[in-house]
Design a binder for this molecule. Structure first.
Ligand code: 9MR
Length: 580
């Protein structure tokens, strides 16, 4: 069951204009099972223990694939006779793509390298999770700009113990992403800014090599992140284990890069996260669930550790990180208890929350301080109400908290605008902000590729944005991931759900992208027009309304009647206005 890719022109389902062209370089079908393919070592080391043998696809015996065992560092597969140069592999909208499969015995974290002749055209910035075990995954790389070099295309994982399969090595050209990253005036960010809102994106090390690509303006991910968003949050790189991997030894390098990138692109930074039960360093002795106290810390000792962690990090970024998730996911999933079992709660008690906020406030009095949690979006739902009751108590006892984060890891179809609106309003009554911090709206695998499902997903995104636009205490909305290829959802749901984001694997805009952009732009237009109308002298009670062809719709209409016009675009007193 060979996939037919050769010079296939496929229209992206998402937009009439987005188009993707694929050119097959090697699908191994012309080989015999058992044929060996050359390997190459970058430093000419002994590669005799490594092998690349054409084999039957572990999932489909009728398909031929390449089975690779890499037993020495820097040993790659040499794909001869492809007739390409390094320059052929690069360009805006051009990706090198292949399918990857690894048996469960293979370790997940690896570093991919790609060479064209002697020229390295790609390297993962670090060892990153490559793909789930025992399933084919599409891997997609925008290579480093090259000119002229030619030679054999070599690729593989830098490892002494890798075992994996590859197939369908191909070049993909995206002729049109369905949106123009260079059009600053027609971006989500532009319209959100007109509405006075922050629209954010989470990026992580493994996402199109973001931390290596961030200084390269030709990279699609760099362009997407900086052109469409005005806020950024690190998916993993500012968590406890990343920032303080050894006690008292803080690692700021990666997070510093993120902050510098944000400043270069006039984006705000959201700091995620200071105190959490997950992604804790081993030295803390909290165990795999984050709920043990293997070092038998006393309450005072653990408070000191927490104070030092928060104070060091928040001081380091004083004035540069706009807001912090001070305490993350402290509410229990068990409806009979308030707080989750964690080392913090167990050793310090509920007041660990109070202390964490106080330490953060002291370190940067201007940073906005948030509590953050999941499954707490919709007022009336059990966990949402327990979260609210906890926050209400924090406010009552004077904890220096500015706002509440609703993570919003949602399923398509689960969005309840009325309950979300009610939630935001009850936090406003407490004097708090209430923002969406980690939005994604997943689809079941059975709906992948379905235009109808993407439209419904888009409608859900639009609902969420509209609720935030209706609530002045909701200044920020952040999307948890840059493209469907880099979402955490598939792995976390055992690959039963996914495709939850605004962009697909190649960063083509999905309907959800347009929905979010339109939601902000509609409000921005209305807001701009309201200003124009308000500027009209109060005695001018009547306006002339035209359609976009300039034909009169209503002349001398009482301006109080404008919002009763049927949905559509009009020119009113010389200004374009969308009525929705
Ligand atoms: O996106 C993050 C993913 O890369 C990590 O593997 C995962 C580990 O816990 O954390 C993900 O982000 C989480 C965030 O920090 C807190 N809320 C839930 C998010 C999804 O798990």
């Amino acid at each position: 069951m060979k996939k037919l890719f050769t010079l296939l022109l496929s229209l992206c389902a998402f937009s009439a204009s987005a188009s993707v062209e694929e050119r097959m370089l090697q699908d191994f079908e012309s080989y015999q099972v058992g044929d060996a393919v050359d390997m190459w070592n970058i430093y000419n080391s002994d590669i005799s223990t490594s092998s690349a043998i054409v084999a039957a696809d572990p999932k489909d015996a009728s398909n031929k694939v390449l089975h690779i065992k890499s037993r020495s560092w820097n040993t790659l597969v040499a794909l001869h006779d492809l007739g390409i140069t390094a320059a052929d592999l690069t360009g805006e909208g051009r990706f090198l793509v292949f399918d990857l499969y690894r048996p469960s015995s293979d370790g997940a974290y690896k570093q991919l390298m790609i060479y064209c002749g002697d020229k390295r055209v790609y390297i993962d910035g670090s060892f990153v999770s490559q793909c789930p075990p025992e399933r084919w995954t599409t891997k997609c790389y925008q290579l480093d700009a090259s000119t002229g070099e030619s030679g054999t295309l070599c690729l593989g994982f830098n490892s002494t113990d890798a075992e994996y399969y590859i197939d369908n090595v191909r070049i993909v050209d995206v002729a049109d992403f369905g949106y123009d990253r260079s059009d600053a005036e027609n971006s989500i960010r532009h319209y959100a800014e007109q509405c006075g809102k922050n629209i954010g994106i989470a990026v992580a090390t493994g996402d199109a090599n973001f931390f290596s690509a961030m200084n390269d303006d030709s990279k699609v991910i760099t362009q997407t992140v900086s052109s469409q968003f005005n806020m950024i949050v690190a998916g993993n790189e500012m968590k406890f284990d990343a920032m303080e991997p050894e006690q008292g030894n803080f690692k700021f390098e990666t997070a510093d890069k993120l902050v510098a990138f944000a400043e270069q692109h006039q984006m705000k930074v959201r700091g995620h996260t200071l105190v959490w039960h997950s992604q804790l360093p081993g030295w803390l002795g909290a165990g795999s669930e984050g709920a043990s106290n293997n070092n038998n810390y006393t309450r005072d000792e653990l408070l000191k550790i927490m104070e030092n962690h928060i104070t060091t990090i928040v001081s380091h970024y004083k004035g540069r990180v706009h807001e912090w998730d001070v305490v993350n996911e402290c509410v229990s999933d068990n409806s009979t208890q308030t707080l989750r079992n964690s080392i913090w709660q167990k050793v310090i008690g509920e007041s660990f929350i109070d202390s964490a906020f106080v330490y953060a406030r002291r370190a940067d009095p201007d940073a906005k301080l948030y509590i953050n949690d999941y499954s707490v979006e919709f007022a009336g739902n059990n966990k949402a109400d327990r979260y609210y009751n906890l926050v209400k108590k924090l406010v009552a006892r004077g904890v220096p908290i500015d706002g509440v984060g609703l993570q919003a890891h949602l399923y398509q179809g689960s969005v309840d605008s009325a309950k979300l609106d009610r939630n935001m309003k009850r936090y406003a009554e407490l004097g708090l902000n209430c923002i969406i911090t980690e939005l994604d709206i997943s689809l079941p695998t059975s709906q992948f590729g379905s235009q109808t499902a993407y439209e419904k997903q888009a409608a859900d995104y639009r609902k969420i944005v509209n609720v935030t636009l209706n609530n002045a205490n909701s200044p920020s909305l952040l999307i948890w991931g840059s493209s469907d290829a880099y979402s955490w959802i598939p792995g976390s749901t055992n690959y039963t759900r996914g495709e939850p984001l605004l962009f697909d694997t190649y960063f083509c805009a999905k309907p959800a992208y347009y929905a979010v952009r339109d939601a902000y732009s509609a409000r921005a237009t209305t807001m701009a027009l309201e200003e124009v109308l308000n500027a009209v002298p109060s005695e001018s009670l009547y306006v002339d309304v035209y359609n976009i062809l300039g034909q009169p719709v209503r002349l001398h209409m009482h301006r109080s009647q404008i919002y009763s016009l049927p949905q559509g675009t009009y020119i009113i007193d010389g200004k374009v206005m969308n009525i929705r």
